[in-house]
Design a protein around this ligand. Structure first.
Ligand code: SAM
Length: 319
């Protein structure tokens, strides 16, 4: 936490942050709920004058470590949104995912957060794992909607390098059918899909900021920052980061890199793609997709009508 403070001071200068210029804060990880609220206090003190009014401040949390005390402590610091890593409300599935919490822990943690005052509450669900059935996923979604949440993130299980599942690739079982079905099930409950994995009556300002290609400070070991054309990578080795929080590698993106990223992010979300960033050929291809009703168009911006085709559309337009 002290190393984070050192890096924060450095980044506020690098980004020439002015008073009230920070639009959103997101505490992610790892698992922020394993760190006591008082250890975040110096960071919030240093950030105070840079925070805009009515700012969205989110923290991720795992149900087993998000105690009432932790939630109350984060609330007092100014955190006003919690994203709970629930994953499922099925005990056997939580065991398969090797999660440390029970469905009851998750339900209690979310209800506690509401009692403490949090209005913006989100939960994460993981789907397309071995053992998943529509009945199981339906129960997960129905249980989620009995809770005081206004946002859901739904992720298909991916096999990540360097994780125990790497040796068990069969754990991930995504099919177009199950993904399409889960998107529809969540929307049946009145949550709008505003990005390929995100649904709600509330939209996360922080996530939207990434997709709108805004600059962001990335604090911490393994985090990523973005300042105009430069991507910033603090060392992902925690010990080295503590020794030297300024051990940050930078990558200068080309205009082409940035354009591809804007197209990719724009078609995976409600942000869309402004026609001004497209060259003549790309614009022609976008207009073709528009005539085929695969894209809509409003105020010089192309919008994707089916997020499941986002990657193909990006490849087609930028090829
Ligand atoms: C950045 S992670 C937060 C880390 C969190 N503390 C955890 O335990 O996973 C945010 C969310 O990503 C999702 N996630 C984590 N690992 C995943 C995987 N291998 N495949 C798909 N989603 C994953 C989970 O829903 C998790 O709540």
């Amino acid at each position: 936490m002290q190393a984070l403070l050192v890096q924060l001071k450095y980044e506020l200068e690098r980004f020439r942050a002015s008073e009230k210029s920070i639009e959103s804060v997101f505490i992610g990880g790892g698992t922020p709920s394993t760190v006591a609220p008082e250890l975040y206090e110096p960071l919030f003190k240093m950030l105070q004058k840079y925070l805009s009014a009515n700012i969205e401040i989110t923290s991720e949390a795992n149900p087993n470590s998000a105690t009432k005390e932790w939630l109350r402590g984060m609330w007092k610091l100014g955190v006003n949104r919690i994203s709970f890593g629930v994953q499922s409300f099925n005990n056997d599935k939580l065991k398969i995912l090797n999660r440390a919490h029970s469905p009851e822990d998750a339900i209690e943690a979310i209800k506690s957060a509401k009692e403490i005052g949090f209005v913006n509450l989100s939960l994460d669900l993981i789907y397309a794992t071995l053992g998943d059935s529509k009945a199981l996923l339906k129960h997960d979604i129905q249980t989620a909607f009995t809770l005081p949440i206004n946002h859901i993130s739904a992720y298909a299980l991916t096999i990540e390098e360097g994780t125990p599942f790497e040796k068990k690739p069969h754990m991930a079982k995504e099919t177009l059918d199950i993904t399409t079905w889960i998107f529809e099930e969540i929307q049946k409950h009145g949550f709008t899909q505003y990005e390929i994995s995100n649904f709600g009556t509330y939209q996360s300002q922080h996530n939207l900021g990434y997709w709108q290609y805004k600059n962001y400070i990335g604090l911490g070991s393994g985090a990523v920052g973005s300042l105009d054309q430069v991507r910033l990578y603090p060392t992902s080795n925690v010990e080295n980061y503590i020794k030297n929080p300024m051990d940050i590698k930078s990558e200068v993106l080309t205009q082409e890199d940035i354009k591809i990223e804007k197209i990719f992010l724009g078609f995976r979300s409600i942000v869309g793609v402004h026609q001004n960033i497209l060259n003549k050929e790309e614009l022609k291809r976008a207009q073709l997709l528009y005539t085929e009703k695969k894209l809509s168009h409003k105020d010089d911006v192309f919008y994707n009508v089916d997020y499941l085709l986002a990657d193909e559309i990006t490849l087609f337009i930028s090829s």
